[in-house]
Design a protein around this ligand. Structure first.
Ligand code: GTP
Ligand code: MG
Length: 170
């Protein structure tokens, strides 16, 4: 196959799991150790070449704080893909992924590609969410599973290539 694609991808997950960090590291190769809570949402674009396919990704980073939860639909509506992000050292953030998955499946049906993302892989020694459990959960909801570190730039290129390929094939 060969072509030009434009896809919308939304980043969802609890506050402080690293959504903004993932996007900034991937698009601009920047990382800050500070947490500046996103207000409402922000947006960056990135062009990717996948063999003969060219993909423009419009990446929407949302605000994870609970008080912004109700804004979710504004940003996930019309998305071709969603990254459901949690922090591997924070069990509560994994439970929040499950809430977002249920909401997305209700709102979008099976139209979007979902990837569950365990971030902060550099903090492996502090992990509290078992990888096998997360993989099994992702499989049970027809989602892919990937682990990343925005800090160490691990897994990000693979993550965005994977979601792009899946959106092309959908
Ligand atoms: P909200 O905007 O409030 O929803 O948070 P967010 O999910 O965008 O989190 P953000 O990217 O602001 O990161 C929160 C904190 O985690 C910051 O202090 C980051 O530096 C840190 N962080 C993000 N990714 C990683 C990572 O891969 N490893 C480590 N060790 N810290 C990370
Ligand atoms: Mg943020």
């Amino acid at each position: 196959s060969e072509g030009e694609f434009r896809f919308k991808v939304v980043l969802l997950g609890e506050g402080a799991v690293g959504k903004s960090s993932l996007m900034l590291r991937y698009v601009e190769d920047k990382f800050s150790p500070r947490h500046v809570s996103t207000i409402q949402a922000s947006f960056l674009s990135k062009r990717l070449d996948l063999g003969d396919n060219h993909v423009d990704l419009d990446i929407w980073d949302t605000a994870g704080q609970e008080k912004y939860h109700a804004l979710g639909p504004i940003y996930y509506r019309g998305s071709h893909g969603a990254l459901l992000i949690y922090d591997i050292t924070d069990k509560r953030s994994f439970e929040k992924v499950k809430i977002w998955v249920r909401e997305l499946q209700r709102a979008l049906g099976e139209t979007a590609v979902l990837i569950v993302v365990g971030n902060k892989l550099d903090l492996e020694s502090e992990r509290t969410v078992d990888r096998t459990e997360a993989i099994q959960y992702a499989k049970s909801v027809n989602a892919e599973y990937v682990e990343t570190s925005a800090k160490e730039n691990l897994g990000l290129a693979d993550l965005f290539e994977k979601i792009s390929s899946l959106m092309i094939d959908k």
